[in-house]
Design a binder for this molecule. Structure first.
Ligand SMILES: *Cc1c(COP(=O)(O)O)cnc(C)c1O
Length: 421
C-alpha cells in the first residue's frame, strides 16, 4: 500500500491534492510520501526484529537529503557506493557507524574519506582493492572493519543490466575462491575481517535466488569460521522487487523475505545487514507531468508530455514499465484507447510507453508515473538543457520542495568560457 490515492476524483499524496502542488511547483516534478517511506523502512526493521540487524538503505535509489534524514531518524543505516554518497549521508546526520561502503571501484581518496569520517564497514570486491584499503588504513594508523563480497553465481532472473550475482558479472569474488581471499584479507594489517557480503541484483521478483545465495552464505560462514575467521556480520545486499505493473503477479513481500532470512541465516549468531533501496523508495514516489500535446500520427496517437527521458530514464534504459495514470480520475466506464506516451527530447528513445491504453486526455491535463521514487530523480540529467527535475516531499497535509528546479541562468552559469577563447 502506498499513499497516492484518488480522493473525490483527484489524485492525492497523503492529504495533499497533486494539482495543488503542481500549481505551486510547476511540472514535471517528483513527489514523495513521507508516510510511505517510513512504512517501507519499518517493514524490514519489524521483519527482522529479534535478530541483531541493521537496515542500511541503499541510498543510490534516492539520495535526497530530506529522504536520508527521514530514514536516518528512524534508525536506518546507509549503504553508500561513492565518496559523494558518503558525504551526502554524513551531511544528513547519519553517523559513520551506520554507514557501509559498497562498490567495485573505490579510490584511495574515497577510502581516506570514509576512514577519516568513520565507517561501519567497507565491503571489498577484489584482491587489488583489499590491498589498497589495507595500505590506506595503515598509512592513517587505522584498522578498518571489512567484509568481502562473494559472487555466488546464482541467476537472479532479473533485467541483465541489474543482475549482479552471476559469475560473468563484474561484482565480488567467486565464492569458490573465498577461503583463499579471506586468508589474504586476514593477513593484511589494515583490515579487520568481520563478515561476508553478497548482493545478487535488483528488482528480484522471486525469493528462490535469494534463498539459494543465502544458503551458500550460511555454508561459507561455517567454513570460514572453521578456518579461524571471526565471521559475525552478514550483509545480504538489497534487491527485493516492487510491483511496477499491478496486473502482474506481485513480488514477495518484505515480511516473507525477512522470514526466509530468519529461516536460512537466523541460527548463525550473526548480525544481519540488509541494503534495500528500491523497495523503500520506489513506491514512495511518483513523477507528475503535464500533457503538452495530443498528436495524431499515422496509425498511432502520441501523448506528448513535459517530462522526458532525462527526468526518468528507466523506460529507455531498462525497457521498464511504469503505470501512468490521469491525476483527475477518469469516470467509470470511460473508453480507453492506445497511445504512445513520449517526452519532447530529440530521440526516439524518449518513449515512456507504447500502445498504452489510456483514458481521453487533453493538453494541460496532469498525469502521474507511479513507482518512480527509486532510480528516478537520482538518474535525471539536464540533457537538452532541461532543468534538473525538482523533488517535493509530502507529509500529512504539508508539502515542501526538497530540491528546487534550477533556473536557466543557474544552469548556464555553471559553464566557464576560457579567457583565451
Ligand atoms: C544497488 C544496490 C543495492 C540496492 O538494490 P535495490 O534493488 O534498490 O534494493 C544494495 N546493495 C548494493 C551493493 C547495491 O549495489
Amino acid at each position: 500500500m502506498d499513499h497516492f490515492l484518488y480522493r473525490n476524483g483527484v489524485l492525492h499524496a497523503e492529504d495533499v491534492a497533486v494539482p495543488d502542488i503542481a500549481a505551486v511547483v510547476g511540472t514535471p516534478f517528483y513527489l514523495y510520501s513521507a508516510a510511505t517511506l517510513r512504512r517501507h523502512y519499518r517493514l524490514f526493521a519489524d521483519g527482522l526484529e529479534g535478530l541483531p540487524h541493521l537496515v542500511c538503505y541503499a541510498m543510490k535509489a534516492n539520495s535526497n537529503q530530506a529522504v536520508l534524514k527521514l530514514l536516518g531518524d528512524l534508525g536506518a543505516g546507509m549503504d553508500v557506493v561513492s565518496g559523494g554518497e558518503y558525504a551526502r549521508a554524513r551531511a544528513a546526520g547519519i553517523p559513520g557507524e551506520r554507514i557501509v561502503f559498497s562498490g567495485i571501484g573505490k579510490t584511495r581518496a574515497e577510502m581516506r574519506m570514509a576512514l577519516e569520517g568513520g565507517i561501519r564497514q567497507v565491503n571489498l570486491e577484489s584482491e587489488p582493492e583489499m590491498r589498497v584499503l589495507s595500505e590506506v588504513a595503515v598509512s592513517m594508523g587505522k584498522v578498518v572493519p571489512v567484509t568481502v563480497r562473494v559472487n555466488p553465481d546464482v541467476d537472479a532472473k532479473t533485467h541483465e543490466k541489474i543482475a549482479t550475482g552471476k559469475k560473468e558479472n563484474k561484482f565480488g569474488i567467486p565464492i569458490a575462491r573465498a577461503r583463499e581471499v579471506y586468508a589474504e584479507a586476514a593477513a593484511l594489517p589494515g583490515l579487520d575481517v568481520v563478515g561476508i557480503d553478497v548482493h545478487i541484483g535488483s528488482q528480484l521478483t522471486d525469493l528462490q535466488p535469494f534463498r539459494d545465495a543465502y544458503g551458500l552464505l550460511a555454508s561459507l560462514t561455517r567454513q570460514l569460521r572453521a578456518d579461524g575467521h571471526d565471521i559475525r556480520r552478514l550483509d545480504l545486499g538489497g534487491g527485493l522487487g516492487i510491483p511496477y505493473e499491478r496486473s502482474n503477479s506481485a513480488p514477495p513481500l518484505p515480511v516473507e523475505y525477512c522470514a526466509m532470512v530468519r529461516e536460512v541465516l537466523g541460527d548463525l549468531d550473526c548480525e544481519i545487514e540488509i541494503e534495500p533501496g528500491r523497495l523503500i523508495a520506489g513506491n514512495a514516489g511518483i513523477l507528475v507531468s503535464e500533457v503538452i500535446y495530443l498528436k495524431h500520427g499515422e496509425g498511432r496517437d502520441f501523448l506528448i508530455l513535459d517530462a522526458a527521458m532525462n527526468d526518468l530514464i528507466r523506460p529507455s534504459m531498462y525497457s521498464s514499465y511504469h503505470e501512468i495514470v490521469a491525476v483527475h480520475e477518469p469516470a467509470a466506464g470511460v473508453p480507453l484507447a492506445p497511445v504512445d506516451i513520449v517526452g519532447p527530447v530529440c530521440e526516439s528513445g524518449d518513449t515512456f510507453a507504447r500502445d498504452r491504453a489510456m483514458p481521453p486526455l487533453a493538453a494541460g491535463d496532469l498525469v502521474a508515473f507511479r513507482s518512480a521514487g527509486a532510480y528516478g530523480a537520482v538518474m535525471a540529467s539536464e540533457y537538452n538543457t532541461r532543468p534538473l527535475v525538482p523533488e517535493v516531499l509530502v507529509q500529512d497535509d504539508q508539502f515542501a520542495v526538497i530540491r528546487p528546479r534550477p533556473t536557466f541562468d543557474e544552469i548556464i552559469s555553471r559553464d566557464r568560457v576560457p579567457a583565451w577563447l
